[in-house]
Write a protein that binds this ligand. Sequence first.
Ligand code: V0V
Ligand code: CO
Length: 154
Amino acid sequence: MSSAPDPSGPFSGLTRLDHVGIACRDLDASIAFYRTTYGFVVEHEEVNEEQGVREAMLRINGTDDGGATYLQLLEPTRPDSPVAKFLDRNGEGVHHIAFGTGDVAASAAGVGERGVRVLDKEPRHGTLGSSIVFLHPKDCGGVLTELVQAAERP
Ligand code: V0V
Ligand code: CO
């Protein structure tokens, strides 16, 4: 018999660390730092106009649920974007963390039931064809947090 989730109990919809997002002023310089210092290379690059970012995904490792873990380097494309505002206030550094899930809408609903503000009513387009939502940093101990459902593999 199935029962409603207990909002005070643990939440198990999230299966991995998908990426750590890092705000930078110069994407190419940041890519060069991670390549020459650690040997991490770009798997994917795209511009996301909705989010106001030019971004690069550097694959760190695969995970046992078939997903992967990345660094996401983020350069703003316009001055009023979240990453541009973050850089003005804090300078370069860690901007957000992202957890992977098999069902982003269900995970967002589960987290929302626990009193965390979900910033996106509907999942939005994320990198590599993913679906994403953001959680308010003020409800997450000061950490801007993203939930990511990876694209279906062909
Ligand atoms: C802002 N705050 C942060 C923060 N950004 N705290 C921790 N980490 C961050 N990254 C704090 C800020 O210091 C303020 O605290 C408060 O939140 C309000 O900030 P604000 O900038 O004045 O206000 P808003 O509401 O204009 O913007 C904040 C939020 C916004 C988080 C709501 O940045 C947002 O919607 N972010 C989600 C979208 C996003 O970040 N996209 C870029 C990545 P005090 O001063 O009040 O104490 S795109 C991405 O990751 C993609 C495409 C992907 O993964 O595929
Ligand atoms: Co992200």
